[in-house]
Design a protein around this ligand. Structure first.
Ligand SMILES: Cc1ncc(COP(=O)(O)O)c(C=O)c1O
Length: 358
């Protein structure tokens, strides 16, 4: 029940990775070429289909953090330019901007977004209030670490109409529900594939809209004729090739069915919580929350301690001691059950009063 941190890849994915490493140990060069071909001819086109992009607009990375770094540090802006981010960014979305601020004097404006989430118009109004003639880019999550769903399409449209570049952190979005990047309208997008998409650990991608490619420099090469965004050198080919099996697995179930099941389970959790005294639900409506992640506070339960206590019973949840909360995060995928949810909630309620809240 901590899928927002890392998912459980199915056996076919584990097998694909093992097969890749076995092939490499038996015949390294031949296997290297075969795996490279499979990534080029199968994984990237399939990813492109999955996210509504051209394969050439995608770069495989080790995770979302790496993608966020490559796109933010590569953005062609200079000292004095402003970038707007929000208070709910993950540290991985914040770090590259601190880097640019400290190293290059880019001005980073952080706008406060309350949790629970206010209506979409309120969020847009906060961006508008922070905008100045120097604002060159906005950078924000599609789904926050706590599972709040930002009005991404509206924000990207708002940005485009003002000549502002939009960079979206999709680490918590992809694999929970369908994401069509052209429809979303962002200039750049970063994703993890080892969370909700159930791909091997250490997989993610970066998308740069081809129409916006002139705004993003490669951080690895200064050659203007061949813009390659990804890190050079030998990659973890068996792991990357395993992405193909994860996509095939998710497609065989159907992403719409994954979303419906995730929503069904989180609705069940929310219903259960709403009947308990001393529990404050922080996740919003369907339009404001991701299908699978729910955050809530339990009076007199310290979230950090609770995570440890439940882990001792093999119940894995996470804390969300951020955004002003002492919250618990339960993030259920399609393979979780209502019994597991009941067990986790029962356990949380049973430890009330056995610790001091921080
Ligand atoms: C919103 C958000 N962005 C980025 C990340 C970083 O993802 P990764 O571990 O794939 O780099 C996370 C991880 O939990 C996240 O929740």
């Amino acid at each position: 029940m901590n899928n927002a941190s890392i998912g459980m890849p199915p056996a076919v994915v584990v097998q694909a990775v093992a097969d890749g490493y076995r092939a490499q140990s038996e015949d390294p060069i031949h296997a290297k070429h075969q795996l490279q071909a499979s990534i080029r001819d199968q994984v990237l086109p399939r990813l492109g289909q999955f996210f509504g992009t051209l394969p050439s607009e995608l770069t495989l990375t080790r995770n979302a953090s790496m993608a966020l770094h490559i796109q933010a540090v590569g953005l062609d802006i200079r000292r004095g330019d402003e970038v707007i981010i929000t208070s709910q960014e993950h540290p991985a979305g914040r770090a590259p901007w601190s880097y640019r601020s400290l190293r290059e004097g880019i001005s980073i404006k952080e706008i406060h977004i309350p949790s629970p989430l206010p209506p979409g118009e309120d969020i847009l109004a906060r961006f508008e209030a922070a905008r100045t003639p120097k604002t060159r880019a906005i950078s924000f999550c599609q789904v926050t670490r706590g599972g709040h769903l930002y009005p991404v399409k509206e924000l990207c449209t708002w940005a485009r109409e003002r000549g502002i570049i939009s960079l979206v952190d999709g680490a918590q979005a992809v694999g929970q529900f369908s994401v069509d990047l052209k429809n979303l309208g962002c200039d750049a997008y970063a994703a993890s594939l080892h969370k909700w998409t159930l791909a091997p650990c250490g997989t993610g991608f970066m998308y740069i809209n081809q129409a916006s490619a002139d705004q993003f420099r490669s951080i690895f090469s200064a050659d203007p004729d061949t813009i390659v965004y990804g890190a050079p050198g030998t990659a973890d080919l068996p792991v990357r090739a395993g992405i193909g099996s994860a996509l095939a697995f998710v497609e065989s179930i159907g992403l719409d069915r994954v979303e419906a099941r995730c929503r069904h389970l989180s609705d069940y959790l929310k219903d259960r919580l709403s009947n308990e005294d001393g529990v404050t639900l922080l996740s919003g409506t369907r339009h404001q929350s991701a299908p699978g992640s729910t955050i809530f506070e339990v009076a007199s339960v310290d979230a950090l301690v609770a995570v440890d206590r439940l882990a001792q019973s093999n119940l894995h949840i996470d804390e969300h001691q951020r955004d002003g909360h002492n919250a618990i995060r339960i993030s259920t995928h399609f393979y979780n059950t209502k019994t597991e949810i009941d067990n986790a909630v029962d356990h949380l309620l049973s430890i009330r009063g056995t610790m001091h809240s921080t």
